[in-house]
Design a protein around this ligand. Structure first.
Ligand SMILES: *[C@@H]1O[C@H](CO)[C@@H](O)[C@H](O)[C@H]1NC(C)=O
Ligand SMILES: *[C@@H]1O[C@H](CO)[C@@H](O)[C@H](O)[C@H]1NC(C)=O
Ligand SMILES: *[C@@H]1O[C@H](CO)[C@@H](O)[C@H](O)[C@H]1NC(C)=O
Ligand SMILES: *[C@@H]1O[C@H](CO)[C@@H](O)[C@H](O)[C@H]1NC(C)=O
Length: 467
């Protein structure tokens, strides 16, 4: 009975083998064609295909490595399961040796499968596994140099921005580089939706008036931003600024600001008396009469140092510096009167701080806490900080910031910590942070802010470093 149905059984087995082998062949063929497509760049966007024919080498922006990677992944999975299947069947055949003995053709068949099918398939599998999709390091000059993050974004302008720009003549440029990489912050990946909304613009036309979205991206670490090719909007009624002998202490002309993203529509509205002014940091700093006494008039609390006292420590030595904090530039204005040039960091946190500083004739520096400051090592005579470095700051972030300040401060430069405040119980931690650099202590003052909080002011001097 068994004998009679054997040929049929053998036939169906053989058919199954044939199917498997054919399946393997299909996969091998599809892989090789996949790689031919890959090499030829047919995964590129339509507009890039023609470019490909001019120069394969230069075209890899728009190349969808992610899609390719997914396809290759699929093929690998299919190959793996095919191999499993084949191996299991061979094991099955091994178990049924008795039956095989009687039919030499089947034993031959088994050897054939092992040698001719499984082994090549296995080596193909390994070979495919060894092919690494292009990595950031690049794999030579071939078309597929993957740029970091490029496949994360679909928006063409982001991809174009990220793609490095090679020098036209193929030589090293004045900076000693072969190409220029435009940079973005890695948090852009986390804020992909917002970034793509921000980057949805027509090249060469007017930008949307969405600086607040840009700032949201920036403060969250998507910084610098990749939008570079639209025309920024400006006030239609922009007036020439006041001359410098007037601008420092005069509320600027409100017509010079685009107010559409603020609650207020003019500078007068930003007064601390207005509960709907739209900002909460440095309340009152848009009122010149409130700003004028700062750093020049004696105050009751010991944490308020006077500019004259600070400058007297090193007469004539303090010429340039950075004011890191939230404000409208008053510190820089007072320093300017002493012939000291101060750059003031500013974010537009609910009010036009940058515009205000610039309209006063001072230099606003639009940076976030996460940026390495755009100054070279050992260049600044002074860093003054007030108004933002209070107790919410993560200790590690504070450490990064303080080390960066130390970097840009010159030997003999002064670090003026002005009214830093924190919870009393945290004071020791912060003191350690400030003192870890072993700066010379010129001034040091602590006074209570509230029941639980204290103010700390310090004037520290960076020592020379012999190393
Ligand atoms: C890239 O190509 C240049 C010449 O075209 C060659 O000198 C260089 O070695 C190549 N680099 C790599 C990594 O293959
Ligand atoms: C500012 O300087 C200009 C000339 O440079 C002068 O005409 C003007 O009166 C000065 N303004 C003040 C407030 O001193
Ligand atoms: C501040 O007070 C000190 C003495 O307490 C005095 O010598 C100094 O002139 C005062 N400075 C100002 C700007 O009022
Ligand atoms: C600032 O510089 C100007 C011009 O050199 C000079 O007339 C003035 O006295 C200086 N001011 C101070 C406070 O040193």
């Amino acid at each position: 009975m068994r004998r009679s149905c054997f040929p049929k059984f053998r036939l169906s087995r053989a058919m199954a083998w044939l199917q498997l082998v054919l399946g393997g062949l299909v996969i091998v063929v599809s892989i090789s064609s996949l790689f031919r497509f890959y090499a030829a760049g047919f995964f590129m966007h339509n507009e890039d295909i023609c470019l490909h024919f001019y120069s394969v080498k230069d075209v890899y922006d728009g190349f969808d490595i992610r899609a390719l990677s997914d396809r290759v992944g699929e093929v690998l999975n299919r190959m793996e399961s095919l191999q499993d299947k084949l191996e299991k069947t061979v094991q099955q055949l091994e178990k049924e040796k008795d039956a095989l003995d009687k039919t030499i053709t089947r034993l031959e068949y088994k050897n054939f499968l092992e040698v001719e099918v499984i082994r090549p398939l296995y080596s193909a599998h390994i070979a495919l596994r060894q092919i690494r999709l292009p990595k950031a390091e690049g794999i030579g000059n071939f078309t597929m140099e993957e740029e970091p993050l490029i496949n994360t974004f679909v928006t063409e302008e982001i991809r174009k921005y990220i793609t490095p720009k090679k020098n036209r003549v193929g030589k090293v440029n004045i900076y000693g580089a072969e190409k220029i990489h435009n940079t973005i912050g890695h948090a852009c990946v986390l804020m992909k939706k917002e970034l793509e909304e921000y980057m949805d613009y027509d090249i060469g036309s007017y930008c949307k008036d969405d600086w607040n979205l840009a700032q949201k991206l920036m403060v969250n670490g998507c910084d610098p931003l990749p939008r570079r090719r639209c025309l920024t909007r400006a006030s239609k009624v922009y007036q020439k600024p006041f001359p410098i002998n007037e601008s420092l202490w005069k509320l600027p002309d409100g017509r010079n600001v685009r107010w559409s993203n603020y609650q207020c529509r003019n500078f007068e509205c930003l007064s601390s008396k207005n509960p709907k002014r739209g900002y909460s940091k440095c309340t009152g700093c848009f009122e010149m009469d409130k700003e004028k006494p700062k750093w020049v008039a004696n105050r009751s609390v010991p944490v308020d140092f006077l500019i004259s006292d600070i400058l007297a420590i090193k007469p004539g030595e303090t010429r340039i510096g950075l004011d890191f904090g939230v404000g409208t530039g008053t510190f820089a204005a007072r320093m300017r009167e002493q012939n000291v040039t101060i750059v003031s960091t500013a974010l537009n946190l609910g009010a036009p701080f940058n515009e205000m500083i610039a309209l006063r004739g001072l230099i606003p520096l639009y940076v976030t806490l996460n940026q390495r400051l755009p100054f070279f090592d050992n260049t600044m005579d002074l860093i003054h900080t007030t108004g933002f470095m209070d107790g919410w700051l993560d200790m590690l972030l504070l450490d990064f910031i303080l080390f960066d300040w130390d970097r840009i401060l010159r030997p003999g430069g002064l670090l003026w910590i002005d009214r830093f405040f924190c919870n009393k119980k945290d004071l020791d931690d912060y003191m350690y942070m400030f003192l870890q650099f072993r700066y010379k202590k010129h001034k040091w003052a602590i006074s209570p802010k509230s029941k639980d909080e204290v103010y700390l002011s310090a004037l520290l001097e960076k020592p020379p470093r012999a190393i």
